[in-house]
Design a protein around this ligand. Structure first.
Ligand code: HEC
Ligand code: HEC
Length: 144
């Protein structure tokens, strides 16, 4: 291989990479509005009504399935679990799982912290992830 061939080889590779990076193939996934955004919105514009959901007792301002699912997906990611960890998946409104009842307590706690304590506009919100970091029971020691 002579120098010209190597030069054109490199040139073509660079152009192809540039095209891939600028195309949709390389788009980073958009971050979904998860629990932190939901809590922020609730504190800025309190809304005590729900028009979606059968038996929502601590979440307020839920008006669509998509909105509820953003919050629920926030929970599954923060705790590293699936929906069935908290729910009877044949009856999501049922409270039979202790984990769902515990989650209600946790939602109250987090809302309270964000409303009354960690509450400056430029501060990070406390969310389930702040403590759980992908574990259903938070680890108290790092790397363990
Ligand atoms: C960490 C526990 C937890 C996880 C994981 C979780 N949920 Fe929930 N879910 C709750 C709690 C707590 C409520 C009730 C909130 C309230 O009372 O305001 C709820 C409510 C719901 C409701 C409304 C039920 C009704 O009353 O009509 C649906 C639907 C639902 N969840 C679906 C899901 C789906 C789908 C997933 C998985 C993507 C999921 N949840 C994951 C805790 C959880
Ligand atoms: C201040 C830290 C903190 C925050 C914030 C927090 N949790 Fe927890 N959570 C804990 C601790 C600690 C435990 C473990 C208690 C124990 O030892 O059983 C726990 C336990 C749980 C459990 C029971 C798990 C099991 O296996 O029994 C659920 C469900 C849960 N949290 C849901 C949530 C959800 C949902 C949120 C956000 C709305 C949240 N937590 C936010 C500290 C936190």
């Amino acid at each position: 291989m002579n120098k010209t061939a190597i030069f054109y080889g490199v040139l073509v590779t660079v152009i192809v990479l540039a095209l891939i990076i600028s195309s949709d193939l390389y788009k980073l996934p958009e971050t979904k509005p998860m629990y932190a955004d939901f809590v922020t919105e609730q504190i800025l514009n309190p809304d005590t009504t729900n028009t979606y959901g059968e038996d929502l007792r601590v979440l307020h301002g839920i008006h669509s399935r998509a909105q509820l699912m953003d919050v629920m997906n926030g929970f599954t990611e923060a705790l590293g679990v699936q929906c069935a960890f908290c729910h009877n998946i044949n009856d999501f409104a049922s409270d039979e799982k202790p984990t769902k009842r515990m989650a209600r307590l946790m939602i109250r706690m987090v809302t309270n912290i964000d409303t009354h304590y960690i509450n400056q506009p430029n501060w990070e919100k406390v969310t389930c992830f702040t403590c759980h970091r992908g574990k259903s029971i938070p680890k108290l020691v790092l790397n363990k």
